[in-house]
Design a protein around this ligand. Structure first.
Ligand SMILES: [Zn+2]
Length: 159
């Protein structure tokens, strides 16, 4: 769950406001737009440097299917964390999404599939990101920066 007023207050109420805080991070050679707010850009850059030392992860993390995009979550009126520049989708070809097999929200018995290695997920979590692969409505390519949930060090730093 996300408390929308908090996200809007932190990152911006409109696409134009959010875009003022965006910057480019090189992700395996691919330029990606993320917000500078709360150090999302620093976190993504640090993770890229770490992951580049583990070539076994490259087929999962590259190419990224995208970061900033002002949009609601498919089939809902809720803004995705992509709208705030605080989320990344990894390689869609390695991914699984709960609705891809025709399931509807509220339906029971959604079949879970995942190909992403746990060690890769743990790198993201250590850097303050949560993984959509842990959700019942799973989205295995999706990570969003939520240090308040992961307890990552970035969250404990004082300004
Ligand atoms: Zn996503």
């Amino acid at each position: 769950m996300r408390f929308k007023p908090l996200f809007r207050r932190m990152y911006g109420i409109t696409a134009a406001q959010v875009q003022k805080s965006l910057t480019t991070v090189k992700w395996f050679g691919q330029p990606l737009k993320v917000t500078r707010i709360n150090g999302v850009d620093r976190s993504l850059r640090a993770m890229a440097a770490e992951l580049e030392r583990s070539p076994e992860f490259q087929p999962f993390v590259s190419p990224s299917a995208g970061t900033f995009l002002w949009r609601t979550i498919a089939g809902t009126p809720r803004l995705s964390v992509h709208s705030f520049g605080g989320a990344i989708d990894l390689n869609v070809a390695r991914s699984s999404y709960w609705a891809w097999n025709g399931c509807q929200e509220g339906q029971r018995g959604i079949v879970y599939r995942n190909a992403f290695p746990l060690a890769l997920v743990q790198v993201f979590e250590r850097h303050g990101w949560i993984w959509g692969g842990r959700w019942y409505y799973h989205d295995t390519m999706h990570f969003e920066y939520r240090p308040e949930l992961t307890g990552a060090e970035a969250c404990q730093q004082r300004p």
